[in-house]
Design a protein around this ligand. Structure first.
Ligand code: BGC
Length: 388
């Protein structure tokens, strides 16, 4: 485990160096929708979240709302039940309600072009929050975590924990992949980040995939649904592991899918080994599984800080500024963030992005990273509870 912590520290250091280094402020962004008038105080913010049924969006929604309100804005916060059509009409209503700026997490990143043209026509700036909105020039900025690194951390955790070594082909392990929603631009980044780390070991025969399912489309989970991940893993276990084949790793892109996979393994897996299961988000149910040894790790993204970046960015836009990498320093954030004008292209050009840094959380560093840091409190039942 020391090795894993050392890896985490080394990675964090590398990421801090990147944050302080070359990728910051390469060029000034072109905000595509300037606000119709500068809004010093008391403007109205429309926030469109995908669904209440996935834990993190409830936290994002309340952090954003509280922080905007603390700065004197009024907030209209809507959730769209993971229904892309409903989200379009929810955003139309926010526009009709004369919001000054929109913060949007797309249900389907490809389906908002028309409604966002209406926003652009009304000079309403749009921040694409966490998920990149595709095929539109109506978004001004993207705020997220380094999504590729999320997957990379998962893959590196597997390599480190199993002690994989390309020079040693004497041992092999079985792995299955579960990825996210194809309608979410992040899902490919997560999967590729993990797969790029692990594929050399697959090619060398050190990692084997008994189901043969290694393509994103084969392992994707519509809407990140726990039940879909559960069903698919039950099918895989029945088809490829019934004869006593050992499953060593279930690489899951996030916690909602890890939850389903963990349930399927709990009920249908015949082996006696404990399966290494990855995740992302730090959902309470998954942290409880970490404490109980049923999930091995999660990649934690401090969404409270993602909200801080978004609120400072929105505030600057509404004051008529054109924020760039300088916002990182001038805001005085105590967490790492990179300004990146290269990585995220939404098919309409590169979108200037503020990217925060994800970290690995395991049973061993959970207290330090999540509880001592104030993001969670430790419940009397021994399980962490999210703050906010
Ligand atoms: C987010 C993840 C989340 C997933 C499902 C992604 O866009 O980045 O944090 O687990 O959506 O809600």
């Amino acid at each position: 485990m020391k090795k894993v912590i050392a890896l985490v520290l080394a990675l964090s250091l590398a990421l801090v160096l990147v944050a302080c280094g070359t990728s910051a402020s390469k060029e000034s962004p072109k905000a595509s929708a300037e606000p119709s008038a500068t809004v010093a105080e008391g403007g109205k913010i429309g926030i469109a979240m995908p669904t209440k049924s996935l834990e993190r969006w409830n936290r994002d929604g309340s952090f954003l709302k509280n922080q905007f309100e603390a700065k004197g804005y009024t907030v209209d916060l809507v959730y769209s039940d993971n229904d892309a059509t409903k989200q379009v009409s929810d955003i139309e209503n926010l526009i009709a309600g004369k919001v000054n700026l929109l913060v949007i997490v797309a249900v389907d990143g490809e389906s908002l072009s028309t409604v966002l043209q209406t926003a652009a026509d009304s000079k309403i700036p749009v921040i694409s929050y966490d998920r990149l909105i595709m095929n539109t020039d109506a978004i001004s900025y993207y705020v997220s975590f380094d999504n590729y690194t999320v997957g990379k951390l998962q893959g590196e955790y597997v390599v480190e924990t199993l002690g994989l070594d390309l020079a040693d082909t004497s041992k092999s392990y079985n792995i299955e992949f579960t990825a996210g929603d194809p309608a979410d631009n992040n899902a490919g980044f997560f999967f590729n980040g993990a797969f790029d780390v692990l594929s050399p070991y697959i090619d060398a025969g050190i990692l084997k995939v008994p189901s043969g399912q290694t393509k994103f489309e084969e392992v994707a989970t519509a809407q990140w649904k726990t039940e879909k991940a559960l069903d698919r893993m039950q099918n895989i276990l029945a088809s490829f592991y019934a004869g006593g084949t050992q499953l060593d790793v279930a690489l899951c892109s996030n916690d909602s899918t890890a939850l389903g996979v963990t349930q399927a393994i709990g009920s249908d897996y015949k082996g006696t080994n404990s399966v290494l299961i990855t995740g992302q988000d730090g959902d309470e149910a998954n942290l409880a599984n970490l404490v109980d040894g049923k999930q091995s790790m999660t990649v934690y993204k401090a969404v409270a800080n993602e909200a801080v970046v978004t609120v400072n960015l929105a505030d600057a836009i509404l004051k008529g500024e054109t924020p760039n990498g300088d916002l990182i320093k001038s805001s005085g954030w105590t967490f790492d963030c990179t300004y990146d004008t290269d990585t995220y292209d939404n098919n309409n050009g590169k979108v200037p992005s503020y990217l925060l840094v994800p970290i690995i959380v395991t049973k061993d560093n959970l207290q330090k990273e999540l509880v001592d840091s104030g993001y969670y409190t430790m419940g009397t039942d021994g399980y962490p509870k999210a703050v906010g």
